[in-house]
Write a protein that binds this ligand. Structure first.
Ligand code: NDP
Ligand code: 1BO
Length: 318
């Protein structure tokens, strides 16, 4: 895997639309009651300009509150990059625009920088976890994407994209997209490199954002991985910084979540130093590769329905 240099001045990556995405953003999944303070700290004290949220996280109002506070403190809207995601229950063409309008209202914004399809599966409202028979509905990917494209045409969102796609779903989308996805957001860290989708996105000019870059909460404990710790010690950086920097050196933007002010600040202090090639490559060769977010709880019903296993969710591509 070749490394990619991120512009030191911009600290971001260009999108095919001509817009730029900041290299480091703040994740807000499971931020709960800390969301508002975290976003405030991130923007006004740590210098983040990229916030990643989603309707499903239930924190958009708190995120919006702190974005407003940042704007009132003098940060310009054009300098922020705000991402949100459409949830599975809204994945029918007639529900796309109302879902976006609700998200804009919660965030107190008049446009989003990036709107993503959160997962490429349509769930019935009130679907159980795991889903029962009939909870997973047909997903009209083309009809939904057309409506996402219309949001761009109407300047309600600047870029559109996808999350949790497989190669076969990506190819299907590319066969009818009139506006290409600018960004594909996927789980990526040294314990789940996800190389195939990264390469496919690069071939198609789609920028990739790495989610769960630290292995996620109660996921994979990469912070205490001996290799990560060894490299962190050698570079006099924290394990979290090494994981964030590894993602950037792969050419991906990255959205670590933290509710702790010190860790929020630490996670963005990843510029003006590099992981040396040998250490970068060592992190690229961890053999125990496994997803943390495999979608089992959300989509798998072993007895009935379209997804009887995690392999079904991922189109048997792993
Ligand atoms: P991360 O990999 O960002 O890990 C978050 C965990 O790491 C938290 O427990 C946090 O604790 C801890 N942490 C943060 N910084 C450090 C540090 N420097 N040292 C040690 N521990 C640290 O997990 P997420 O799964 O939250 O992923 C990040 C973001 O990606 C999400 O918040 C969300 O915005 C997005 N995402 C998108 C998905 C999608 O389907 N599109 C799926 C999953 C995530 P603490 O808060 O106490 O610091
Ligand atoms: C269930 C949502 C996963 C985090 O984006």
């Amino acid at each position: 895997m070749a490394q990619l240099k991120v512009s030191r001045e911009e600290k971001g990556f260009g999108l095919r639309s001509g817009h730029r995405i900041p290299a480091v953003g703040l994740g807000t999944w499971r931020a709960g009651s800390q969301a508002s303070d975290s976003v405030f700290t991130a923007i006004l004290q740590a210098g983040y300009r990229h916030i990643d949220t989603a309707w499903q996280y239930g924190v958009q109002e708190e995120v919006g509150h702190s974005i407003q506070a940042a704007l009132q403190a003098g940060i310009e809207r054009k300098d922020l990059f705000v991402t949100s995601k459409i949830w599975c229950t809204e994945l029918s063409p007639d529900r796309v625009r109302p879902a976006l309008m609700n998200t804009l209202q919660e965030l107190k914004l008049d446009y989003l920088d990036l709107y993503l399809i959160h997962w490429p599966f349509r769930l019935k409202e009130g679907a159980d976890r795991p889903p029962k028979a009939g909870d997973i509905l047909d997903f009209d990917m083309e009809g939904v994407w057309r409506e996402m494209e219309n949001l761009v045409k109407d300047k309600l969102v600047r870029d559109i994209g996808i999350c949790n796609f497989t190669l076969s779903k990506l190819n299907k989308l590319l066969s009818f997209a009139q506006i290409m996805p600018s960004v594909c957001q996927m789980e990526m860290h040294p314990g789940w490199r996800n190389d195939k989708i990264l390469e496919a996105c690069k071939r198609n000019g789609i920028h990739v954002t790495a989610y769960s870059p630290l292995g996620s909460q109660e996921g994979r404990d990469l912070i205490h991985d001996p290799l990560v710790q060894m490299i962190a010690g050698k570079l006099n950086k924290s394990p979290g910084q090494v994981l964030v920097k590894w993602a950037i050196q792969r050419g991906t933007s990255v959205i670590p979540k933290s509710g702790n002010p010190d860790r929020i600040k630490e996670n963005i202090m990843v510029f003006d130093w590099e992981i040396p090639e040998q250490d970068f490559q060592a992190l690229c060769h961890i053999t125990d590769q496994k997803r943390v977010l495999d979608g089992e709880e959300l989509f798998v019903n072993k007895a009935e329905g379209p997804f009887r296993s995690v392999a079904d969710v991922w189109d048997h591509e792993d």
